[in-house]
Design a protein around this ligand. Structure first.
Ligand SMILES: CC(C)(COP(=O)(O)OP(=O)(O)OC[C@H]1O[C@@H](n2cnc3c(N)ncnc32)[C@H](O)[C@@H]1OP(=O)(O)O)[C@@H](O)C(=O)NCCC(=O)NCCS
Length: 173
């Protein structure tokens, strides 16, 4: 969307990011998830993206490295979650801009795929495909149809696999 800047978070953005999630979700589970992930060893601030509009943070998306297990082997991919846009600015393309920026950032950082849980129509409009197309399952109690994934490196998900979300996600799903 015109006028939107997407950039990685800085320490000054933390409170504004919490406000975005509190306004977009019911309850504070996602705020807790972001805080817990920020304190975890896998946290990388460059993978936490904010959308700024007229100097105000109106959206946020976080990506966390997760293991895609295949038998004894596996690869590290990214899990996209949580993601939110403040309700007053939703349906204007900001969410789509954030997802596109997240894919670009993942590619720039050398990751070959992203997995996401939730709102399949939205993510699949942004280039994701149903997880079932790839044979991807997750270690969380969610319906298969809620899992979507995107290959950044073509063919990397062809063998499918089981995504191991870190324990911080157990409280949200
Ligand atoms: C899901 C969410 C992040 C989407 O953010 P968003 O900024 O509204 O996303 P977009 O505007 O890119 O797309 C949303 C809709 O607006 C439409 N849209 C996009 N640009 C538009 C524009 N310029 N004009 C009108 N509509 C537009 C899209 O087609 C889409 O339509 P839909 O009603 O079929 O979904 C946001 O609604 C949100 O924070 N929801 C609550 C939290 C949540 O559920 N997070 C995701 C968990 S999986």
């Amino acid at each position: 969307m015109q006028g939107i800047t997407v950039r990685s978070e800085t320490a000054d953005d933390i409170k504004a990011i919490d406000v975005v999630h509190l306004s977009a979700f019911e309850g504070d589970d996602e705020v807790g998830l972001v805080s817990a992930l920020r304190e975890s060893s896998g946290f990388r601030p460059e993978l936490s993206l904010v959308a700024e509009f007229h100097g105000r943070i109106v959206g946020h998306v976080l990506m966390t490295p997760v293991r895609l297990q295949r038998g004894k082997d596996g690869i590290d991919i990214l899990a996209l979650a949580p993601m939110a846009v403040v309700p007053s600015q939703s349906h204007r393309g900001i969410g789509s801009d954030l997802v596109k920026a997240a894919i670009d950032k993942a590619r720039e950082q050398g990751f070959s795929a992203i997995v996401v849980i939730g709102q399949p129509d939205f993510y699949q409009r942004c280039g994701f495909r149903p997880g079932s197309d790839f044979g991807i399952s997750v270690n969380l109690p969610v319906a298969d149809k809620l899992i979507s994934a995107i290959e950044i490196e073509e063919g990397v998900l062809a063998e499918g696999g089981h995504v191991i979300y870190p324990s911080q996600f157990n409280h949200v799903y």
